[in-house]
Design a protein around this ligand. Structure first.
Ligand code: FES
Length: 133
């Protein structure tokens, strides 16, 4: 088993086992919308803002398939790696860096602490982002 690496840039938020296979787990952020951690069939972990770019649906409650999540409200398909809605829909939700070391899952501390409004300009497609803070 590898050692858990902690440094100033990353924060341990849960273990891999805390995220259901083909499911999600929410991580609270102190200043804004939560982050949704997703576990794909490949066991790869992704992190998106828990807000659909359409009308703000909770992506953490959606259906995970392949490397995508289907929003529970109106079924838009969102890519897990970059948060982009799939055609014909348009928009995106910010995607976050994730590090998995052994069983431990880490998120970047600066992204956990950033206000949601700041993520809207830097975390996804900028002008294409329809996800207002
Ligand atoms: S709010 Fe997600 S598809 Fe409408």
């Amino acid at each position: 088993m590898s050692a858990v690496v902690l440094d100033a840039a990353w924060t341990a938020v849960c273990t891999l086992a805390d995220i259901p296979a083909l499911g999600a787990r929410r991580v609270r952020r102190p200043d804004g919308v939560d982050i949704a951690l997703f576990r794909a069939a490949s066991d790869r972990v992704y992190a998106l803002l828990d807000r659909c770019p359409h009308k703000g649906g909770p992506l953490s409650q959606g259906i995970v398939f392949g490397e995508f999540v289907a929003c529970p409200l109106h079924n838009w398909t969102i890519r897990l790696d970059d948060g982009k809605a799939q055609a014909p829909d348009e928009g995106c939700t910010p995607a976050f860096a994730v590090k998995v070391d052994g069983e431990q899952v880490f998120l970047r501390r600066d992204q956990l602490l950033a206000p949601t409004a700041a993520l809207m300009t830097t975390g996804c497609g900028g002008a294409a982002c329809t996800n207002a803070a």
